[in-house]
Write a protein of this length. Sequence first.
Length: 230
Amino acid sequence: MNTHIPDPELWERTVGDIAATLPGATAVFRKYKIDFCCNGDLTLDSAAQRRGVDPSALEHALEVLGSGVEGAAVPAEMSSDELIDHIQACYHEAHRRALPELIMLSRKVEAVHREHPKVPAGLSDALRQMQSDLEEHMTKEEGILFPAMRQGADKFDISTSDFRHEHDDQGTQLRLLESLTDDFTLPEGACRSWQALYVGTAQLAEDLMEHIHLENNILFPRFAATESPA
């Protein structure tokens, strides 16, 4: 039996750094509800304590990573241009595809099941606000920030710290979605529309967490020197 104990420095590293450099770590963090995107600056030890996670279980889950992920794309090893392309194709476009359908489904579920004690009242409003905020955010990235990064600009018109603040707001919106849906838990006998709504909203939340992580913990730090005071 393998009783290898991981390097103790693992607990001193931030969850954002671990998520960025250890393939498969983001799935582990999602399983244990460790926020590796908006709170990626917490050390692994602090994040586990804050969430009330069993440290030994989290340690073991990270220890066994590696099998089954060989050959997988590692965003931290991509060039900045490749990473930007990846973010736009896999996350920006995914959000734009998903949100209109989820808004429609949530309106339907809230109307048809308005008397149900588990109805996610207010979910459609929350999703519409998220759609509006995300579209503004992504448009600024695509039109201003990403082109400046690609061109190696000496200074950005909008600081990445502004985008990080918006990411924090998106994290708050994600927690609202979790609250309104009881952590995406379906009631007994939920109709197919309700099932599709929660499956889709859970996927949106997972995608957005990964999106924020890639920018906060991998892409933005590469340009920290660009934004340092002269």
